[in-house]
Design a protein around this ligand. Sequence first.
Ligand code: BG6
Length: 490
Amino acid sequence: MAHFRKDFLWGGAVAANQVEGGYNEGGKGLSVTDITTAGSLESPRYLTYTLDGKDGKVAGMFASSLPKGAKGKIFDNEYYPNHVAIDFYHHYKEDIKMFADMGFKVFRTSIAWTRIFPTGEEDKPNQEGLDFYRRVFEELKKNGIEPLVTISHYEDPLALGEKYNDWQDRKMIDLYVKYATTLFKEYKDLVKYWLTFNEINSSLMFLKLVGDGKVSDADYQKAYQKLHHQFVASAKAVVAGHKINPDFMIGNMIAGSVYYPGTPDPKDALAARYEEELSQLYCADAQAKGEYPSFAKRLWDEHNVHLKIEDGDLEVMKEGKVDMYTFSYYMSNMVTTHDVGEKAKGNFAAGAKNPYLEYSEWGWSTDPDGLQLYLEKMYDRYGIPMMVVENGLGAVDKLEDGTVHDDYRIDYLRKHIKAMDKAVEHGVDLLAYTTWGCIDCVSAGTGQMSKRYGFIYVDRDDKGEGTLKRLPKDSYYWYQKVIASNGDEL
Ligand code: BG6
């Protein structure tokens, strides 16, 4: 018998920019993702812009920033996969029906800030945008599915990115709080579960993984200052949300990973711990404990970071602690001070390759024990309910006779569900599991469609060709049984 609670929320997750399309419909403004090209494992995605009358592009993903003074621009000769994505904007009813047939209890999606405030600075929200999400949430409720909403998932308004230099300006705090408060008021009777920022720790975690891997002190200064503004914004939103509806459960969202020492050398144990402090605990403490950790000063000093903290910031962080700890989990990492042969690759994969683990085509390890370890460790540290809000295997699927025999995906998910079950048996209060990309969508890291995660196949390729037809894969029927049996039948 599995140990999940009776009202366990089984479901799936996506993000607005990776599924919706309709990038210029319904009064929507441009988001950073709308000027982001497609890439692959070998070649990065680019943000395209114009600066001093000249066109240019800079490698970036996960809402990276443009060079100072640049204006985002859509080029005629580039392909932007998020413009149409899988056209959830027009297919949401059909998709929700398929989720409901699978037995979903919860569906995680995000709101595109630019559908609500096209440039981020309007006084009044865009009614068409508000109406769209109201229709989506009502459709979910009608189908017995609880919405779980990420307020900001890697898609700031482009206009804010250009003007305020990727959260370097404190003005972003008020603009974000205005946006979040608008959502809380508008959907207070439809949405109970909210997440403030997707993978907030990515600003630190991906620093070394993007571009040439060289990170200057100025880059660290920027990342820490951005995070400080986001911590304050998140905390203010939590406080405001609880006033609007005291039943709201508002969570953080961390890109979760564990860090193993690569050898028994104590120096490796220390290096692994330090990596965990930087990549996980710094942000997790700020939002779940409401304060900077004891090791923050060491982290700042290492890179001559001087954080601008204003009066009241630390108090509001304390007041606006999150109600639940939510995270994505795909893989673990290995850290060593020794020379290693092969390195792990991919946007999440840092350090050395772990000989005990298998790696996907995109270089991501499969490590369900790491998930159990993470759940048990973090529950012990923070003691608040948890949700696994992303987990899954990105793989190339082969369409055969109108379906996909994705036993590799079933195998991956089965192992991770078993690992969650163990953690629950050991006392972790786990509320939900939403697998990533429950319907195939555009990859955030590479912009590909061919890196598929879904239970539902979408007929669309890396160049934007295809009918957009939806087809259930083998994993669709498997997950249906898992949900119906509350995790007993794996
Ligand atoms: C997380 C993001 O980084 O992982 C998602 O929250 C993303 O937006 C997911 O899609 C999987 O990454 P990728 O690069 O395979 O799409």
